[in-house]
Design a protein around this ligand. Structure first.
Ligand SMILES: *[C@@H]1O[C@H](CO)[C@@H](O)[C@H](O)[C@H]1NC(C)=O
Ligand SMILES: *[C@@H]1O[C@H](CO)[C@@H](O)[C@H](O)[C@H]1NC(C)=O
Ligand SMILES: *[C@@H]1O[C@H](CO)[C@@H](O)[C@H](O)[C@H]1NC(C)=O
Ligand SMILES: *[C@@H]1O[C@H](CO)[C@@H](O)[C@H](O)[C@H]1NC(C)=O
Length: 413
């Protein structure tokens, strides 16, 4: 893995100052010669670069999905129609909450059981942890531009992998390999701007801690030569033009155990866990100390309802928090500040438990005649035409079909 990464870093360097050519993931053809890298002897090396990239993308595929040269559907390049000088804080950007959980089924859990068992982690109901149904490649092509990613050590404490609580999502799709999926997709879609939120997931393996090893691995991945090329080296939000073809980091982590020479000058917007608040319906924080840029947050993931509440009540509580916050975002009270909210929620401690899927999509017409939060949001969003709601993270974003389409249509270019 390290050798492969080294080969790729070397080849990115060989491609020169500019952006590496878009990956040709099928068998390289002869008319690729103009973009081929050459070794010191003048021998083309791009076949090896492609094979090495393919290997990394294969490792990442349990979470990224199978990379393919995507068709340029309208949604895969929706940002292209917006002018370069559009302020990012004025845009409506759809995202996915707990994005890596899309294939967390009983079958996946059983396949990973021998790994999880190394640390005595026992099986859990996958429905409690699953928040999505589509791989990242589909999310990207559908128009999703913000991803909520929850990392921690793997059970051997050697790499960073993705968890939702004690649910391990993959052993091969490391944080490092997954980044290459995003970079490769950006090469093929240079008009688009991506927002990656990273948060340390506690409660994965026993005694898991956001320790020096975790912070060092994260630092290495996010400051590698490839990361320096693809991750926007800024701490604030400017225009779409400045963010195209790049990843903007949404840092829901501190690097408090690293030397300040490393933690200072680290790229991205800083949402310190200390400032975020627990279950906030409406919180504000400064994400860039230098410009004092402010973000407003709604992350009311666990609706505060009496125990034994019905799915209808729990969904209603979350829906109200969403629409109160959206009304605020749309109100012109803070036109140049960032609004970032979550349409996702869960109440698995309730009796009966309400899973992320029930919250988003309802639990059948008898118990939840108006559906889940996603269903209810469609009608609400239709009344917000022309308004800025900000970055919104969904669970099961593709249902109902009108949801994403309505959201993307809120403020046409
Ligand atoms: C999704 O999970 C199933 C069951 O574990 C597995 O067979 C399939 O390969 C997974 N999909 C991807 C893209 O890894
Ligand atoms: C991983 O790190 C944790 C926290 O430091 C520690 O408790 C645990 O024993 C380590 N596991 C292994 C396999 O080294
Ligand atoms: C959020 O808090 C601000 C004050 O920081 C207030 O002006 C605004 O009305 C609140 N919005 C909601 C939806 O509670
Ligand atoms: C969802 O529906 C199933 C089947 O009707 C029911 O057993 C369960 O209690 C319901 N859960 C909630 C949270 O309404």
């Amino acid at each position: 893995m390290l050798a492969v990464a080294a080969v790729i870093f070397y080849l990115f360097a060989v491609f020169g100052e500019g952006r590496a050519a878009p990956p040709h993931l099928d068998t390289p053809s002869h008319h690729d010669t103009d973009t081929m890298a050459h070794d010191a002897g003048g021998k083309p090396t791009s076949n090896l670069a492609n094979y090495a990239l393919q290997k990394v993308l294969d490792d990442a595929s349990p979470i990224f999905g199978h990379f393919e040269e995507s068709s340029k559907s309208d949604t895969s390049i929706w940002m292209k129609a917006y002018p370069d000088d559009t302020k990012l804080v004025h845009m409506n950007i759809p995202g996915t909450h707990d994005a890596a959980t899309w294939n967390y089924s009983k079958a996946t859990q059983q396949r990973l059981e021998p790994i999880a068992a190394l640390n005595g982690i026992s099986e859990v109901d996958p429905n409690n942890y699953r928040c999505q149904d589509n791989p990242f490649i589909t999310m990207l092509n559908d128009g999703i531009r913000a991803f909520d990613l929850r990392y921690a050590h793997d059970v051997t404490n050697t790499t960073l992998v993705f968890w939702h609580g004690i649910g391990l999502q993959s052993q091969t799709a490391t944080l490092d390999s997954l980044l290459f999926g995003f970079y490769a997709w950006l090469d093929a879609h240079p008009s688009e701007a991506l927002f990656l939120s990273f948060q340390f997931e506690g409660n994965s393996i026993p005694n898991s801690a956001n320790d020096l090893s975790v912070q060092s691995l994260l630092y290495a991945s996010l400051t590698s030569p490839a990361a320096k090329q693809y991750i926007s080296q800024t701490n604030t939000l400017a225009t779409l033009g400045s963010a195209r073809g790049k990843v903007t980091l949404l840092r829901r982590f501190d690097l408090n155990l690293l030397p300040s020479s490393q933690s200072a000058n680290f790229p991205g917007l800083h949402f310190s866990p200390a400032d975020w608040g627990d279950n906030p319906r409406n919180n504000s924080l400064v994400y860039d100390a230098e410009t004092q840029a402010v973000a407003h947050i709604q992350d009311y993931y666990s609706p505060e309802v009496a125990s034994g509440a019905s799915a209808e009540e729990i969904i209603g509580s979350k829906f109200d928090a969403c629409t109160d916050f959206f009304d605020y975002a749309a109100s012109d009270a803070a036109p140049d500040e960032l609004f970032w909210s979550f349409a996702s929620s869960t109440k698995i401690g309730n009796e009966p438990p309400s899973t992320p899927r029930i919250q988003a999509l309802g639990n059948g017409t008898e118990l939840t005649p108006e559906g889940g939060v996603n269903d209810r949001l469609v009608e609400y969003l239709k009344g917000k035409q022309g308004k800025r709601l900000g970055i919104v993270m969904f669970d099961f974003y593709e249902q109902p079909g009108e949801l994403l389409e309505t959201f993307l249509g809120l403020s046409p270019p």
